[in-house]
Design a protein around this ligand. Structure first.
Ligand code: RP5
Length: 161
């Protein structure tokens, strides 16, 4: 049983990714979980990435969500630098995010990145997956996740008309 409130790191390659990643942060927030959100690029700000990972390890961040578009290295490089689990969100790009998806998902064996759908669905699901990971150790988060799922039952109509 852990008492300290957990933190999820949320990083994205550019400020332009925020419109999508806001959905991720809003979802984490709705479960009352702390998050630490930054713009960090694997190729534009590699030193910032190293510093962020060192800080995250020091403060006990449980999961890092990394979003990037195009030749999306951010999640993979992050996973290479830490053993904190990394969840990757491919951001839509000039190739409609297929490049981002493959760059994030196709990690060679040894350094995994759990990869989600392109765009908004992936942003939300990465947050919900982080919540699911945390719910095995934090009963209060588990209760909230069960409530969230139960709401689907109430919201989805039984008939289409
Ligand atoms: C990636 O390049 C970012 O994650 C973003 O999705 C994409 C475009 O970045 P900007 O040119 O909009 O800054 O590194």
């Amino acid at each position: 049983m852990q008492n300290k409130k957990p933190t999820v790191g949320v990083i994205m390659g550019s400020k332009s990714d925020w419109e999508i990643m806001k959905n991720c942060c809003d979802t984490i927030k709705s479960f009352g979980v702390n998050f630490d959100v930054r713009v960090i690029s694997a190729h534009r700000t590699p030193k910032r990435l190293e510093k962020f990972i060192k800080e995250s390890e020091k403060k006990g961040t449980k999961i890092i969500i990394a979003a990037a578009g195009g030749a999306a290295h951010l999640a993979g490089v992050t996973a290479a630098l830490t053993t904190i689990p990394v969840l990757g969100v491919p951001i839509e790009s000039v190739l409609k995010g297929i490049d981002s998806l493959l760059s994030t998902a196709q990690m060679p064996a040894g350094v995994p990145v759990a990869t989600f759908a392109i765009g908004k669905a992936g942003a939300i699901n990465s947050a919900l997956f982080a919540i699911a990971i945390l719910s095995s150790t934090y009963p209060e988060i588990n209760r909230k996740l069960k409530r969230y799922r139960a709401n689907f039952e109430k919201k989805v109509p039984k008939k289409p008309f």
